[in-house]
Design a protein around this ligand. Structure first.
Ligand code: VTB
Length: 337
């Protein structure tokens, strides 16, 4: 029955997302997507490499945005067991960060080797995500209306009380029309559907459901977090064209299959961390003070279901003596070791 507590790698992971967020947040509002992402990638890779694990990146920086790499297949960690899969999104919402808008996040997840879905060539996934009260009450094969009714009933809410988060994209016009006809409320987001999915399971966010077509990698990351938060996500791969569909079929992907949360990540011991880059419903963004920075993170482990909220205070005078990451781009000369 009893077990000696094992390592909670999520506590190592929060250092990874804090580093990524502090490095990336310098680029808030600078209109430059790539530099913010690059800073987060560099910081994330450096700290991930210090963790005692044999990790392989399964969900890395996608080809879609031609982002700088924490590439799929890259081996990370200090090289001792456990063998793990790694999912990263150094900046979910690079455009949000570049424009200083809400809800850009740094996220990372770890789970046993072989447990995370490899999205292969399929960049997009249709997904529905909900929090604990609506778990077991969604069906991606049913209509939007049926899902809304079912979630409202499960939560003891009226349809006009529900708030649905959805990416603002032309491809979602029909879904948006349907949600409006049913009478539910909509929160349109320009980017960042990892944050959107997590909000459904975060008390006080005011978000009841995420629906729509977003990134497949983001779906796997959301699944990693929602397992710890007792929420649910279902998905279906969404090829962009016939060519992509044919390639996926050739590679053995079943495009009609409903991907349950277990298909997205088949593990009961998942570690997940997220740190806010800009302010949002989920976590606060990085605040610089002149002497350092404050960060706000959530840290979770699915096995225990523990979700920790961590507020950290970071000091440049100490950190910049040894850190390879330039958190403070313009330190007084005497402070640099
Ligand atoms: C989402 C969102 C990301 O991609 O997955 C979205 O979470 C989907 O792709 O932040 P499109 O932008 O091509 O619609 C992002 O916006 C990042 O590209």
């Amino acid at each position: 029955m009893s077990e000696i507590p094992s390592r909670n790698l999520a506590l190592d992971l929060v250092r990874v997302t804090e580093a990524a967020a502090m490095a990336a947040a310098r680029f808030m509002g600078r209109g430059d997507k790539e530099s913010g992402d690059q800073a987060a990638v560099d910081a994330m890779r450096l700290v991930l490499n210090s963790i005692d694990m044999e990790g392989v990146v399964v969900i890395g920086e996608g080809e879609k945005d031609e982002a700088p790499m924490l590439y799929n297949g890259e081996v990370l960690g200090a090289g001792s067991p456990p063998k793990l899969d790694i999912a990263v999104d150094p900046v979910d919402g690079t455009r949000l960060l570049a424009h200083g808008k809400t809800n850009s996040l740094a996220t990372v997840a770890l789970a046993e080797r072989g447990s995370m879905l490899d999205p292969g060539p399929i960049v997009y996934m249709y997904k529905i995500a909900v929090g604990p009260e609506a778990k077991g009450h969604i069906n991606i094969d049913a209509s939007v209306t049926e899902n809304l009714r079912s979630v409202a009933a499960a939560k003891g809410m009226d349809l006009d009380d529900l708030t649905v988060v959805i990416l603002e994209r032309p491809r979602h016009e029909e879904i948006i029309d349907e949600i409006r006809r049913v009478g539910a409320r909509i929160r349109l987001i320009t980017d960042g559907d990892v944050a959107g999915a997590l909000m459904t399971a975060w008390p006080g966010s005011g978000i009841d459901m995420l629906i729509g077509i977003g990134g497949t990698p983001e779906g796997v990351l959301a699944a990693c977090a929602l397992k710890s938060m007792q929420g649910e996500i279902q998905g279906k791969l969404y090829p962009r064209n016939e060519e992509e569909a044919a390639l996926a079929r050739e590679m053995g992907y079943d495009l009609d299959k409903v991907l349950t949360i277990n298909d997205l990540v088949n593990s009961d011991d998942i570690f997940f961390a997220v740190t806010g880059i800009t302010d949002g419903e989920l976590v606060d963004g990085v605040k610089y003070t002149g002497e350092g920075a404050h960060t706000h993170s959530l840290v979770m482990r699915s096995m225990s279901g523990t979700v920790r909220e961590i507020r950290s205070s970071h000091r440049w005078d100490k950190l910049m003596q040894y850190s390879q990451i330039k958190y403070d781009p313009s330190p007084p000369e005497s402070d640099v070791g």
